[in-house]
Design a protein around this ligand. Structure first.
Ligand SMILES: C[S@@+](CC[C@H](N)C(=O)[O-])C[C@H]1O[C@@H](n2cnc3c(N)ncnc32)[C@H](O)[C@@H]1O
Length: 849
């Protein structure tokens, strides 16, 4: 091998290596120029021959040595830390950014696995893992490392943008006698074209490992720098040779490859030893953490100090017995940690407390950090219209940098960067893909819809998961898509038209009442509304705004929706009888607890989700013990999987009968939910269904004169008709209380979006039916707006009833004095309802009316 003579191929450009190392002059070579040899003396010719032989042997030695090193490196790679790889990644990343990929978020870098440990773990999920290659039937080695993925995506970009440079670079490299190039030449391979992005990893690896200088990244560097580099390289090589010589003496008859391996191991052991010594020294020199006094705490002004203290306290808690201050309890440390975390990451105390109940201090830090970073953008191929391979090709052609999302999905793609908005590409508009978080694909995969089934998605807007279901059903069967929010359903319609979904029926009904409309589904998906504690990176307002009442509202609603969803399912379905429950929350209150509640009240059992990754669900939480099968459920965390926090459970219904000795109301002790006017935050996202619902309700209340605002409001536009006979009235009232009457401005009025209001007859029974646990609630578990407090309402109802009775008694008195005793009794009762307050309350309500 060695340097090649290139007399015939013309040089295409002034490559740096060409300048650095001019083409060798062979004026003394034997065969080429006999005349010139003749001019030399005999001694000169002998010296020349000697020199050439020496050069030749040196080159060969060098080459063997390099080959041995490479083999040793490759052998050691899976278990060892290779600084050159880190260097490579970093360099690639810089180059990547230079290429105009400034929008690349830190998270997307993390997804490549070279930011932190958690990201490395998450890498598995966004690793291309030869998915594309598998699709394409291109043979590849399985199981890549983070660095390889980075290289691959970088290479993709490089090769597209620097295609013109490719040839000249390779020529120059040929000139230098690069081993890599030579090997490539020998094998007749080249690294051109997009398809190669998914191939030739071996070549990429070699390029990374062996010839970092030759990847064309530092062409712009000054010649002087190159010279310095080269000098350094030479020095290093000299050192290596010296060491090798020493080793050679010891190693006697070892093969060069074995000797090189031994040397490498020795060097690594030495480095490890030094690192350990440094760590030990640092640990000794580090000051012991002293619990701060009240004054010190009050004086803390900088977030840096808070951060330092957080780390110190976490350090103490990780080995409490050894590191603690004997005068301080664990509780005190935990309190300090909670306060600091709240301050540093801007959480409210309650919400941070919830998270501290779930995670250990170390893991909590990882979770909080990961929740500050955006997850990688992911898209799902719409298999109704295209194949992932074709979509990827089309998007790459538009300058979008992407990879398959991972082994676990056949449709997902992770997008590292894009020059064009992903929601406006021709492919998007043509419905070839859906913008969808990676974790959103999991519940549908667990549901495993089949063709020709009847499937219900109870809380479907904006339709990401429903459209996935429709695609897996291949537009056959019927998909019922429901959501209680009319505005959000518009997005569903838009998406369905774009994606070409034709087997869907879209409804806008309160999910709790869906069972009254339709039942007997083969499969049901309940992607329940939740606190969003798993998607803090998308909506950071969750950190500061969620309160105890919010959490309770969510799990109450989730429980009721889950029971309805189970009731809608058919246990006798020939293909299924399966239900998937999911939330984008990490709180056990909204996940395991809800599932446990349903397991006790319906004939369902937990079955495996079929998802081959994720953390097992909790079988206990604080004082609560859940069903042992709960470990079949799956949890996903941003810090572990680089996905949004998520929960997936799969249930199978084995009987349609409802167990007799259970009641639907929550049996656990609940908070008394106070009726309160929900304060709206200053900025409300359009996607925030919770606040959007409140705004919508308030708006409707303002606009709709027939809307039942208070229990005493009289119907405004009900035509007076002939009085119904008593029996008929009773029947109607019964019907209304069962929710059969569709629209009545007064009683049991259906509010916009299928919500029901408290009946004007104010029957307590009806109110309790609305919300057995905590008083009247509407869609989303929110309190009925505008009805005053529960106590007020009850008093007012009682007062009205008694007043009516009083009038009757008075009328009877007018006819005769026999009712006097009765009248006194009723009057006493009226006074007894709420001493002193009744009059004013009734007065106020009248005024309001
Ligand atoms: C987590 S989102 C669903 C996301 C959807 N599955 C997707 O993948 O695009 C929860 C949805 O539940 C809806 N929702 C809230 N309360 C509901 C209720 N009582 N009945 C039906 N839907 C409800 C909200 O409007 C919201 O769209």
């Amino acid at each position: 091998m060695g340097r090649k003579i290139n007399l015939e191929r013309p040089k295409k450009g002034p490559g740096r290596k060409a300048r650095k190392q001019p083409e060798p002059v062979f004026q003394f070579s034997k065969g080429d120029d006999e005349d010139s040899n003749k001019k030399l003396s005999r001694h000169q010719i002998q010296r020349l021959k000697k020199r050439e032989m020496l050069k030749q042997t040196q080159k060969e030695e060098k080459k063997t040595k390099k080959a041995a090193q490479n083999v040793a490196k490759a052998a050691a790679a899976p278990n060892t830390f290779d600084p050159s790889e880190i260097f490579n990644i970093e360099k690639s990343r810089q180059k990547y950014q230079q290429l105009g990929l400034k929008n690349k978020t830190p998270q997307s870098i993390a997804s490549n696995g070279h930011q932190n440990g958690s990201a490395k773990k998450g890498l598995n999920l966004f690793d291309s893992d030869n998915e594309m290659e598998e699709d394409d039937d291109v043979g590849q080695r399985p199981g890549k490392k983070a660095t390889q993925q980075v290289k691959k995506s970088q290479m993709k970009k490089f090769l597209q943008q620097a295609e013109s440079e490719e040839e000249s670079d390779s020529d120059e490299e040929d000139m230098e006698g690069s081993d890599v190039e030579e090997e490539e030449d020998e094998e007749g391979e080249s690294i051109e074209g997009e398809d190669d992005d998914y191939e030739d990893e071996d070549v990429e690896e070699e390029m990374g490992d062996e010839e970092e200088d030759e990847d064309g990244e530092i062409d712009a560097e000054a010649d002087s720098d190159e010279e310095v580099d080269d000098d350094e390289d030479e020095e290093e090589e000299d050192d290596d040779e010296e060491e090798e010589d020493e080793d050679d003496e010891d190693d006697g008859d070892m093969l060069p490859i074995e000797a090189a391996n031994k040397k490498l191991k020795k060097r690594m052991a030495q480095e490890q030893k030094e690192a350990d010594a440094e760590m030990a020294e640092a640990a000794v020199n580090r000051e012991r953490f002293v619990f701060p006094t009240e004054e010190e705490l009050a004086q803390t002004t900088s977030l840096m100090d808070v951060n330092m203290r957080i780390k110190d306290v976490v350090g103490v808690l990780s080995d409490f017995a050894a590191n603690r201050d004997p005068n301080r309890s664990r509780c005190e440390y935990m309190d300090l940690l909670r306060k600091d975390l709240c301050m540093y990451y801007s959480y409210n105390d309650y919400f941070m407390g919830l998270l501290m109940d779930i995670f250990s201090p170390n893991e909590l830090l990882e979770f909080l950090e990961a929740s500050e970073i955006q997850r990688p953008v992911t898209i799902r191929t719409n298999s109704l219209k295209t194949r992932r391979r074709d979509l990827a090709q089309a998007l790459i052609n538009r300058g979008i940098n992407l990879d398959p999302i991972g082994k676990w999905s056949k449709e997902g793609l992770v997008v590292y960067s894009s020059q064009v908005p992903l929601g406006a590409t021709p492919e998007y508009l043509a419905g070839h893909y859906m913008l969808q978080g990676g974790c959103s694909m999991l519940p549908v995969m667990a549901l495993a819809p089949e063709e020709n089934e009847r499937i219900l998605d109870l809380c479907a807007a904006p339709g990401g998961k429903s459209s996935h279901i429709a695609a897996l059903m291949k537009n056959t069967g019927v998909l019922f898509v429901n959501d209680s929010n009319k505005e959000r359903l518009r997005a569903v319609l838009g998406n369905f038209h774009r994606l070409g979904i034709q087997n869907a029926v879209v409804t806008c009904v309160d999910g709790i009442k869906y069972g009254d409309i339709m039942k007997g589904f083969d499969r049901v998906l309940l992607d329940a509304p939740c606190t969003g504690s798993g998607v803090i990176s998308k909506d950071p307002s969750v950190k500061a705004t969620k309160t105890e009442i919010d959490v309770q509202r969510c799990y109450n609603l989730q429980r009721r929706l889950l029971l309805t969803a189970i009731d809608c399912l058919s246990a006798s379905s020939s293909t299924g009888g399966y239900l998937v429950y999911s939330t984008c929350s990490v709180l056990p209150q909204e996940n395991e607890w809800v599932i446990d509640y349903a397991l006790k009240r319906r004939n369902v059992r937990l079955v495996p989700t079929g998802l081959d990754f994720g953390v097992e669900g909790m079988t206990s939480f604080g004082p609560y013990r859940f069903h042992p099968q709960m470990k079949l459920t799956r949890r996903y965390y941003p810090h572990t999987h680089n996905l949004d926090g998520f929960f997936v459970a799969k249930l199978q219904k084995f009987s349609d009968a409802i167990p007799k000795n259970v009641i639907d109301e929550p049996v656990e002790e609940e908070l008394v939910e106070e009726e309160q006017d929900v304060k709206l935050p200053k900025k409300i996202k359009k996607t925030d269904w919770y606040y959007q619902d409140i705004i919508e309700e308030r708006q409707a209340k303002k606009e709709d004169k027939d809307h039942v605002v208070t229990v005493f409001q009289k119907p405004t536009n009900v035509k007076k008709g002939p009085k119904k006979p008593k029996q008929k009235q009773a029947n109607d009232a019964d019907k209304e209380s069962k929710g059969e009457t569709k629209q009545s401005p007064v009683n049991g009025a259906q509010l916009k979006g299928g919500k029901s209001a408290v009946g004007s007859d104010g029957s307590k029974a009806e109110m309790q039916k609305q919300n057995p646990a905590n008083g009247a609630k509407q869609k989303g578990g929110k309190p009925a707006v505008g009805g005053g407090s529960k106590v007020e309402m009850r008093d007012a109802e009682e007062a009205l009833r008694l007043k009516k009775k009083l009038k009757q008694v008075q009328a009877q008195n007018g006819k005769g004095g026999a009712g006097q005793g009765k009248k006194n009794g009723v009057q006493k009762k009226v006074q007894g309802v709420k001493k002193g307050t009744l009059k004013t309350k009734v007065g106020k309500m009248r005024k309001a009316k």
